[in-house]
Design a protein around this ligand. Sequence first.
Ligand code: ZN
Ligand code: ZN
Length: 173
Amino acid sequence: MSISLSNVDESPVTFVEEVVLPVDRLDPEQVSGPFTVRLEGRVLPMDGGYLVDGSMEAEGQLTCVRCLVPVPWKGKDRFSVELRHPLDGAHEEIELGAGDLDVVFITDDQLDVERLAAEQVMLNLPMRILCQPECAGLCPRCGANKNQEGSCQCEPEVDPRWESLRGLEGRPS
Ligand SMILES: [Zn+2]
Ligand SMILES: [Zn+2]
């Protein structure tokens, strides 16, 4: 899905779009289900390209970093993105201004809505998501989810610090 930018030079274009992003448009390591993303914003002409600003609201499923179960997640944020035409043949360094402005290079006069949505979701994902603050994680021996009572019968791991103390016992002093 994309928005044509060729009319933007005459007047700003406003848009409201809702897209569904599959896991592979995001990060399969962090995301366990499709995301619904609503984008609302406007496109303004600027020197060498366009400025897109607006807000996004996203809803989807992340993966608990300890036990790997899906965890529902919602987020919203404002964004401001510069769309620029690449300079012909030149690999000039673009100096980024202060603030949250991102620069995206475009090769045609189209705004790729799904790409914009995916970038905004990735920027807003938490560093670490847990299904619950005290998530017990997976058993290192059998892989069972230890949050579920009776999910595994493994002996508890012996703390290596106790193990080394035990080795000291019975040694002649
Ligand atoms: Zn968990
Ligand atoms: Zn186990």
